[in-house]
Structure formats: structure tokens, C-alpha cells
Design a protein around this ligand. Structure first.
Ligand code: XMP
Length: 513
């Protein structure tokens, strides 16, 4: 669908850096969308992009079954930039020669300019770039000028007349420090984008679209206490006002006092009509004696749907369900590689729309997480909602290993709250993707006073991450770990040992279950 913004389209050939290209272009204030390489030419024309970028990818253009987009892309009179595999594909289409490199190049290289270039305008005569390729363009297509090279390979080509450009290296990664200038030359200099993409302009567009979609219908939204559902709801409320009702369910597995805190934040915001439903007992009863993590998720998902349905049915006729789906979820589900294997079944409200015959409103489908935060700020949502660390839908259930009961929930809530206080006190909350406590299903021997104890173990997990897909354990200062441990053991009755999790994702995951 065409957007009211100037858009750049990225066709994805399966590179690990494709999302990063989109990030960089959006940082230039230009709206940018990723579509699979196989997108039909009519859909590309319908999007009306000001420029097209062909991404990198792991294949060889000349192999059987290698991903090829339609060569007609090069005849649309829309500027095209090929990056790595994208450049090789352009060369392949236009009678250049692509062959395996004598020496595979992976890592930093020095690029030297060889004459005038529109794409590389304003750059120094040589500069560092990041290479990652097994094939190379041995002979550029007729009509193309080679504008830069490394010691091993052709680095950049252009045919200014036809507005087709190519780079063998990756301008989107931090290891190409001048990469942003090159992308800016393409999207602003060559494609002529003005860069008018901003949270405020996004909100205007989203409100118009939501009004068109919902008409005079009614919508309901399940709030999780996290930023995505809050921003999605605030946008929809901006469009349809009190025809949106939000439901926030306490499943008894939230953090300490979180139900009350979140309801208060929403009450302070005042633009959302939020109904809090205290249903903790019901969830805990269904979870009795359940130890298997996926079983816990299924039960919580099922209970949630039931509670939500009961509440929604009290509202009378409802037509739409608002969800805070983000762009990485959308890309993942339509990626070149296909939907990735389900490691944990995260989407515990999946059955809801079909069951209730609701149509989905997903106003954040085009945004990355930090863009969602920027939109939330622009909408005036309170900081404590916007800057909150992610929290899983099944809540503490996947942090209490083994069966769950009210005592174990309380114990973990108390330990977790100490982690939060100490991390916030040390000024680390915003640097960490998540920091939390996990209750292990074992007891260990300790000594308190003159008494032998045999009590519970709490593990601390703190990770740094950009998107939750990969994560590194945080190198927390020892004195922060020391006060977390000392406080949990002395203040939380029933715990006599605290351990720190030093595993990264992959191969571990962030949550323990
Ligand atoms: P993992 O444990 O898969 O977590 O490394 C990645 C991110 O997802 C969150 N997570 C969940 N979120 N329902 C959710 O809504 C779930 O079942 C779930 N499991 C994990 C996790 O907190 C982390 O941010």
C-alpha cells in the first residue's frame, strides 16, 4: 500500500543486516519498508517508492535456485542501490561478470576512490569499509563506471544515467563509519527524499488510517503493562476516542504491586478508558501442580482469552481488537527464510481474534521498538510506561521453575523487587534490556546464626540486548551484585543462596523457561 510519506523500499535477499539498512534510513528521517525479494512488480509500483535497495544475501547469483527479483526493477526509472549480493545481482542481470573471489573477504578493508562519484560524493579519497563476501563482480556491466575498489575487489559502481548504483561493502554496519553518509547520498541526494518521517508525522498518518479502518465501529485492547500495547491503545484512542475500551488483566503473576502501579499510570494519562480485572486466583488455580513451561504458557493463554472474552462481552457489540504488533514480528513472519522455528510459544493471545470474530487493528506494524517509544513520548504517555523493561506475557510463571503456588509467587515478587530497586539505584535500569530474579526448584544448605538452613535458591538474570533476539549477560558491577545478594538473603524469608546467570543468548534464552 502506498504511504503518504516518501518511502524507500528494501528488497530482502536474506542478509543478516537487512533490518539494519532500514534502521539507518529511518534515522535519516526517511520511511523505509522491507519486502521479500519475490515481491511482484505491480506491488512495488503500488508502494510508489522513491528508491529501491537490493540487500545482501548468503547465495551466489549464478547458482540454481538463487533468489532473483524481477529484472524489470531496473527499468522502472526509480533509483536502485545494490548492496553486496544486490550489486552482484544487478551485474548478473546487466551482463557483468560475477565469480567466486580468489580470496573471500570478511572484515575491515580500505576502500580507495577512483574518480568522480555521485554515490560517494563528499567522502575522503580512502576510508575503512566492512566487507563480507565470497563472490565478487569481476567485470562491471557495460555502461557502469567503477568508482572505488579495495586491494582485492571492486568496491562501488554506478550508472548515473540509469540511476543504478552498487556497493560491494556494507554501508549499514558500524564498521563502515562513513556508511551513513553514503546512504544519505543515495536516499537524499539521488532519490531526492526530504526526510520528513518523524513520530509526529507518523501519528497523523496512523490516526487517519485507523479512522478509515474502524469507521464508527468499536474496539477493545488488551493492555500488558508494556510499551507496545500502551502506545497502540493511545494511538487508537486518539483516533476513535471512547469507542476504544482497554482491559488490563491481573493474572496473579505480575511483578510486586504492578497491577496497581500500571493502573495508576494509565489513570494519570487519562486519555484511555482502562478496565482492570483482578483474576489472579483463577490463573493460579489452573496452574496448580503444572511444571512444564509450554503447558504453563498454554494454560495462561487459555485463561487470558476466557477472562478477556467475559469482560469484552460486557461491552456489547465490539468489532476490532487492537494489538501492538511491531515491525520485527511482521518481517519475521514474511522473511525470506520463512517463519523461524518456534522455540517458545510467545504469542499467548493468538486465538483471540478468531474466537471473538474480531478484526485486527495493528497501528505499530511498521515501527521498530525505539520508534514506538518515540511515538509514545510524542503522545504524552508517562515515562514509567514507555521506558519499562520488557516483561513476558506469562509473567512470573516462566520465572518460577517447577510448580507455582501463591507463596512462591510472593517470594519471587519480593526478590524481584529488590533486583529492580538495586538496578535502578545504581542507574543501570535503562542500559539493560532486562534484569530480574528467577526462583529455582531446589533447596541448598546454608548457615544462619548457629542454625543449619535448607532453603530456596534465587538466580539473577541481567542482559543487554537490542531486540531480545540475541543477548549478552550484563557485566554488573560486583558491588551491585553484592547488595542484591545480601538484601535478598536477609530480607526474603526462605532464600539462603543467590547465584548470577552468566549465559548469553544463543545458546541460552533470556527467560529460564
Ligand atoms: P527468550 O526467553 O525467548 O525471550 O530469550 C526473548 C524475549 O521475549 C520475552 N518472552 C516472552 N514474552 N510471552 C511474551 O510475551 C512469552 O511467553 C515470552 N517468553 C519470553 C522475554 O522476556 C524476552 O524479552
Amino acid at each position: 500500500m502506498a504511504t503518504p510519506f516518501e518511502a524507500v523500499l528494501i528488497l530482502d535477499f536474506g542478509a543478516q543486516y537487512t533490518q539494519l539498512i532500514a534502521r539507518r534510513i529511518r534515522e535519516l528521517g526517511v520511511y523505509c519498508e522491507i519486502q521479500p525479494y519475490s515481491t511482484e512488480i505491480k506491488d512495488i509500483i503500488a508502494l510508489n517508492p522513491k528508491g529501491i535497495i537490493l540487500s545482501g544475501g548468503p547465495s551466489s547469483v549464478y547458482e540454481d535456485g538463487a533468489p532473483h527479483c524481477s529484472p524489470q526493477i531496473l527499468d522502472l526509472r526509480i533509483p536502485v542501490l545494490g548492496i553486496c549480493y544486490g550489486l552482484q545481482l544487478i551485474s548478473h542481470f546487466l551482463s557483468g561478470r560475477v565469480e567466486p573471489s580468489d580470496r573471500r573477504e570478511y572484515g575491515a578493508a580500505k576502500l580507495k576512490l577512483s574518480g568522480e562519484s555521485r554515490l560517494l560524493a563528499g567522502l575522503p579519497p580512502d576510508f575503512p569499509v566492512w566487507m563480507s563476501h565470497g563472490d565478487q563482480v569481476a567485470v562491471a556491466p557495460p555502461g557502469f563506471k567503477v568508482t572505488a575498489a579495495t586491494d582485492n575487489a571492486l568496491g562501488a559502481v554506478e550508472d548515473v544515467g540509469r540511476e543504478i548504483y552498487g556497493l560491494q561493502f556494507h554501508p549499514e554496519v558500524a564498521h563502515t563509519p562513513d556508511g551513513k553518509k553514503i546512504l544519505s547520498n543515495f536516499v537524499k541526494g539521488i532519490c531526492g527524499c526530504k526526510g520528513d518521517w518523524s513520530p509526529a508525522s507518523f501519528i497523523d498518518m496512523a490516526v487517519t488510517r485507523i479512522r478509515e479502518q474502524v469507521g464508527d465501529g468499536r474496539a477493545v485492547c488488551g493492555l500488558s503493562g508494556g510499551v507496545d500495547s500502551a502506545v497502540a491503545a493511545a494511538l487508537v484512542a486518539g483516533a476513535i476516542g471512547d469507542r476504544l475500551t482497554c482491559i488490563f488483566v491481573d493474572n496473579g503473576l505480575l511483578r510486586k504491586n504492578e497491577f496497581e502501579k500500571v493502573l495508576k499510570s494509565f489513570a494519570d494519562y487519562s486519555k484511555l478508558n482502562v478496565k482492570g480485572v483482578a483474576a489472579g486466583e483463577r490463573f493460579l488455580t489452573s496452574l496448580q501442580e503444572v511444571a512444564d513451561p509450554e503447558m504453563k504458557r498454554k494454560i495462561i493463554g487459555r485463561e487470558f482469552i476466557e477472562v478477556f472474552q467475559e469482560e469484552a462481552s460486557k461491552l456489547g457489540e465490539v468489532d476490532f481488537l487492537v494489538q501492538g504488533t511491531l515491525y520485527p514480528d511482521v518481517i519475521e513472519s514474511q522473511s525470506v527464510k520463512g517463519p523461524s522455528a518456534v522455540i517458545k510459544s510467545h504469542h499467548n493471545v493468538g486465538g483471540l481474534p478468531e474466537k471473538m470474530k474480531l478484526r485486527l487493528v495493528e497501528p505499530l506494524r511498521e515501527l521498530f521498538k525505539d520508534e514506538v517509544r518515540a511515538v509514545g513520548r510524542e503522545l504524552g504517555l508517562p515515562d514509567e510506561l514507555i521506558d519499562r523493561q520488557p516483561f513476558p506475557g506469562p509473567g512470573l510463571a516462566v520465572r518460577i521453575l517447577g510448580p507455582i503456588d501463591q507463596n512462591r509467587v510472593r517470594l519471587l515478587q519480593d526478590a524481584d523487587d529488590i533486583v529492580r530497586e538495586e538496578i535502578e539505584g545504581a542507574g543501570l535500569y535503562h542500559q539493560l534490556w532486562q534484569a530480574f530474579a528467577v526462583l529455582l526448584p531446589i533447596q541448598t544448605v546454608g548457615v544462619m546464626g548457629d542454625q543449619r538452613t535448607y532453603e530456596q535458591v534465587v538466580a539473577i538474570r541481567a542482559v543487554e540486548s537490542l531486540d531480545g533476539m540475541t543477548a549478552d549477560w550484563a557485566r554488573l558491577p560486583f558491588d551491585v551484585l553484592e547488595s542484591i545478594s545480601r538484601r535478598i538473603i536477609s530480607e526474603v524469608r526462605g532464600v539462603n543462596r543467590v547465584v548470577y546467570d552468566i549465559s548469553s543468548k544463543p545458546p541460552s534464552t533470556i527467560e529460564w523457561e
